[in-house]
Design a protein around this ligand. Structure first.
Ligand SMILES: O=C(O)[C@H](O)[C@H](O)COP(=O)(O)O
Ligand SMILES: [Mg+2]
Length: 303
């Protein structure tokens, strides 16, 4: 159920009231906890406060460049307490979707547009793959030649995630797999249009799959937020009461829609993608969170 008006948090009492009202706190990562490698001020202290108040903390990111284990390393390097079974990324959710929902036969392979974190999650789920970080697919020195490309007949799905080494070769191989075999699954880890790096916006995973969507004239199945697949992955491992759970995110059309679809409360922060003008400008978004605050650090007033 979408709201007509969001509550803009401001007084210490309002922050304290939210802390009392919700037992499980689901956090998006990019644009909420950090921008690239730069932590959002106060994020570490607020997470520590939530744990001291015995709240459940879960991290839910559409960023498919890292595996759960990679994210654990990032959290450790940034000095933020986190445990692997609290971390849910779209790379993990995509691997689980392929193995447990699609139930792709183990002798099938997937062709990957994506980075090592996605490969690691596929490997952990026992899924064979081609492409990804394979140097011959990441090179731009030798132009792609269809005559010298022999498609692997066991490829039954193409997965597309954020890939900072995207090449025409990868797009061409993915295109061939998806056109040669009409039954080949077209799957996107997520569709975020942009990525909030420490130094500004960059094209996101949605901008990586866009050339394929345009060339094929069809959209992929999207695993990441706002799809319920991510919440299903969390439910499979963590017990929580949706009525006492809040989703904290920076993007309206992924994080807030994800929370609303899951029956969770939603809190939008303005340290990532969403701009103030999208909420209170002349043409505000129809997606309205329950609560808004500038930054997750604002909760320190309730410490
Ligand atoms: O794919 C992308 O564009 C980025 O990974 C995007 O920033 C998603 O990360 P999240 O905000 O869900 O952590
Ligand atoms: Mg985000």
């Amino acid at each position: 159920m979408s709201n007509t008006r969001a509550i803009r948090l401001g007084s210490p009492e309002e922050y304290t009231q939210l802390l009392d009202q919700y037992d499980t706190w689901m956090f998006d990562c990019d644009g909420v906890l950090w921008q690239g490698e730069r932590l959002i001020p106060g994020a570490t202290e607020v997470l520590r406060m939530l744990r001291e108040k015995r709240k459940k903390v879960i991290f839910v990111t559409n960023n498919a460049t890292k595996s759960r284990k990679n994210y654990k390393v990032k959290f450790d390097q940034l000095g933020v307490e986190a445990h692997v079974d609290e971390i849910y990324g779209s790379a993990y959710a995509t691997a689980v979707y392929i193995s447990s929902v699609l139930k792709l036969p183990k002798d099938n392979k997937v062709y990957v547009i994506g980075q090592s974190g996605l490969e690691d999650e596929l490997r952990d789920e026992g899924i064979s793959f081609l492409g990804g970080t394979d140097p011959q697919d990441c090179t731009t020195t030798t132009p792609f030649s269809l005559s010298s490309f022999t498609p692997d007949p066991s490829v039954a799905a193409v997965i597309c995630g954020l890939d900072t080494s995207i090449t025409y070769t990868k797009l061409s191989k993915a295109f061939k797999y998806l056109t040669l075999n009409p039954a080949c699954h077209f799957i996107a880890t997520n569709q975020d249009s942009t990525y909030p790096s420490a130094d500004g916006l960059l094209p996101g995973a949605g901008a990586i799959s866009a050339p394929l969507r345009y060339a094929l004239g069809k959209d992929p199945l999207v695993v990441g937020k706002p799809a319920k697949t991510m919440l299903d992955c969390i439910k499979a491992k963590v017990h929580f009461d949706p009525k006492r759970t809040i989703m904290v995110g920076d993007r309206l059309n992924t994080d807030i829609l994800f929370g609303q679809a899951g029956g969770l409360a939603t809190l939008l922060v303005l340290t990532g993608i969403t701009l103030e003008s999208e909420i209170s400008g002349p043409n505000p978004s129809p997606i309205v969170p329950d609560y808004i605050t500038n930054s997750i650090g604002d909760f320190l007033v309730a410490a």
